[in-house]
Design a protein around this ligand. Sequence first.
Ligand code: SF4
Length: 242
Amino acid sequence: MDNGQRITDNGLWHFHTNFGISTPSMNNQTIDNVFKILEEEMVSWQEPVVSRVSREKDPFKILISTVLSLRTKDKTTGQAFNRLFNIASTPEKLLELPLSTIEKAIYPVGFYKSKARNIIKISKIILEDYGGRVPGNMDKLLNLPGVGRKTANLVIILGFNGMGICVDTHVHRITNRWGYVSTRSPNETEMKLREVLPKRYWRRINDLLVPYGQNLCMPVSPYCSRCKLCTYCDQIGVSNHR
Ligand code: SF4
């Protein structure tokens, strides 16, 4: 339907017009309810491994666990991280290891060979340029090999208690399906969310949408019939759902 109303999977009519002007169902009037639902749903799912690692408040561990997690399932990331940090848990100790030992420890994370090389390069830069401490600055983090905006934001948020929005594939996909943003890449989504998302949710959105994207709002055929956000979501681009 294109008149601003649709029937949702709950069988409820859903209007999102405002004096004839179509507005997204997900907006800053509804966002508090949405985050409340997300927090309630979250308790039944396992938190991402990087969030667990972050309790130790060690930016180096957060950085390396995030590098390992890219394009890798959470369970595999957790096991690889434990194997690696049982052998060497600081930049100094990691630099004493041969490349093959790091590769073996982190296998089978995605792109394990290039990640192993990057872990060595990152450790060297941190040791030589920053006195062994991970920098808490976006530009410096982005200069580390294999570190993009997603990783840099996560290190700033979790490792330094700073402000940022970590946008990965789940945050990008789900906020676009909601109709809250309309963007073509995770970086563009981050910039748009920095404009529209209330700051109180910046640090939390990734923790909530990663498990949501893994368990309900998956890339292919999401479980819209079980989703408590259905009345707030415009389901943009969702052609098949369960
Ligand atoms: S599961 Fe369906 S209704 Fe729920 S957020 Fe994803 S696309 Fe929207």
